[in-house]
Design a protein around this ligand. Structure first.
Ligand code: FCB
Length: 454
């Protein structure tokens, strides 16, 4: 059936084999922060630092998924999920970030992967979703080249244990957040506010991706990719657009997909760094082919020149650029709801970069959900997802090679600096009892998956 007849009939079908699922991350759900030999991560330290996280929340207990994973996986299966993207906590595997593997840490993911596969759910493993072992941060964290080398060793350890059962590997989740929220704006762990350090961190994260990809390939990993948080930056002033677009999108896309840094980004960052951390051969490693690019999309940005505007600390060098809050609906995060930004982003990737299969590795929304009478009527989340699935379908119809869609998130969880205040889950979590309740959106999503469409 052609796309136009589909639309005429009011149905929207995704390509056969399209992968539907959800995503989470270790620190946001696992809890069990001191169990089975897990070492401290930068998020343990950051969350304990007064004033950094809403109401002093931490991931100490979180959703207690470490102990409840069997029930959680059973719920995923009941909801018809085909795939599940989770992350491995590096400090469970190497408590200090180097040296021999802690087998009890590996055992947990071993059991989780078997549980998923036993339910016919494809595991998608992310090696780094922000919980850097604290010891590595004490030695410079991502500003140090050594951290990239350690990351590749860790990747090899995890693959040795799980490579026979996990086909899809993602090196990093959203290196922009690690580098610029973590080292420039100080809003995320490790909470540093040094723009120059953020550029070094961005490079070493990318190098870690390149080195880990090489290790995974050597070990025979079938599919290797990276997940980036990307967003269209809109505006009529080309310079105003280029600054945030450069630091959010192109500083990661260009090296990974073309093996080079964008020259305008290099030039503009010269007041913060001399780029001496980039060594011969790095970009070849970083630009080695990947099998899949993970795209996390939440909302676009709109900018305009605004003389006298101080820099937005998450985008070093953005003095004189105004970020416009367009009137319109927003999520509980205050993020504008603009599904067409997803089509624009995906079509733009196809237009501007060499071909690479894409997967939406995160998209979703926080709303002020209320559990009443055993039910969460989250119609706004259903509307949000419906609009974004349609936007993804429009991109496929325009020729984009999109392979799957993973909703953020499987369940409510620790939303970083916002603590447990923001609920992104398809499944509601009562943190006092750890009781889970699938929201209306979860039941709706099950039907989408069953039909492979809307
Ligand atoms: C992304 C993160 C994820 C979650 C969502 C809302 O930036 O990767 O962990 O916090 O935002």
């Amino acid at each position: 059936m052609t796309v136009s007849t589909e639309l005429a009939q009011g149905i929207l079908e995704f390509p056969p084999g399209f992968m539907w699922g959800t995503a989470t991350a270790s620190y946001q759900i696992e809890g069990a922060a001191r169990e089975d030999g897990r070492g401290p991560s930068i998020w343990d330290t950051f969350a304990r630092t007064p004033g950094k996280v809403h109401l002093g929340h931490t991931g100490e207990v979180a959703c207690d998924h470490y102990h409840r994973y069997t029930a959680d996986v059973a719920t995923m299966a009941e909801l018809g999920m085909g795939a599940y993207r989770f992350s491995v906590a590096w400090p469970r595997i190497q408590p200090d970030g180097s040296g021999p593997a802690n087998s009890r840490g590996l055992d947990f993911y071993d059991r989780l992967v078997d549980e998923l596969r036993g339910h016919g759910i494809t595991p998608i493993l992310t090696l780094y979703h922000w919980d850097l072992p604290q010891t590595l941060e004490d030695h410079g964290g991502w500003t140090s080249r050594d951290t990239a080398e350690r990351f590749a060793e860790y990747a090899a350890i995890v693959h040795r244990r799980l490579g026979d059962r996990v086909d899809m590997w993602t090196t990093l989740n959203e290196p922009w957040c690690s580098a610029f929220l973590g080292y420039a704006a100080g809003l995320h762990a490790p909470g540093r506010t040094e723009p120059g350090a953020a550029f070094a961190a961005a490079h070493h994260l990318l190098l870690g991706h390149g080195l880990a990809t090489r290790e995974l390939r050597r070990a025979g990993a079938r599919e290797v990719g990276i997940t980036l948080n990307l967003a269209p930056v809109r505006g009529s002033d080309l310079t105003a657009v280029a600054v945030p677009d450069g630091i959010l999108n192109r500083i990661f896309l260009d090296p990974v997909l073309r093996g080079e840094y964008p020259t305008d980004v290099i030039r503009r960052a010269e007041r913060f760094t001399d780029w001496s951390f980039v060594r011969d051969g790095d970009l070849t490693l970083i630009g080695a082919p990947i099998d899949m690019l993970g795209v996390n999309y939440y909302h676009p940005f709109q900018v305009e020149p605004r003389p006298g505007q101080p820099a937005n600390p998450v985008f070093p060098g953005s003095e004189g650029i105004g970020f416009i809050d367009k009137p319109g609906p927003t999520t509980a995060m205050g993020w504008p709801i603009e599904a067409d930004g997803l089509t624009e982003l995906l079509v733009g990737l196809k237009r501007d970069y060499p071909p690479v299969p894409l997967v939406i590795t995160e998209n979703g929304a926080a709303f002020d959900d209320v559990l009443a009478g055993g039910r969460v009527a989250d119609n706004r989340r259903i509307e949000f997802l419906d609009a974004h699935f349609r936007a993804a379908h429009a991109a496929i119809a325009a020729g984009v090679d999109l392979r799957g869609y993973l909703v953020w998130s499987f369940m409510d969880n620790f939303e970083w600096a916002y603590g447990y205040d923001k609920r992104f889950g398809l499944v509601y979590v009562d943190y006092a009892t750890q009781e889970r309740t699938p929201k209306d959106s979860a039941h709706w999503y099950r039907e989408v998956i069953r039909r492979n469409g809307l």
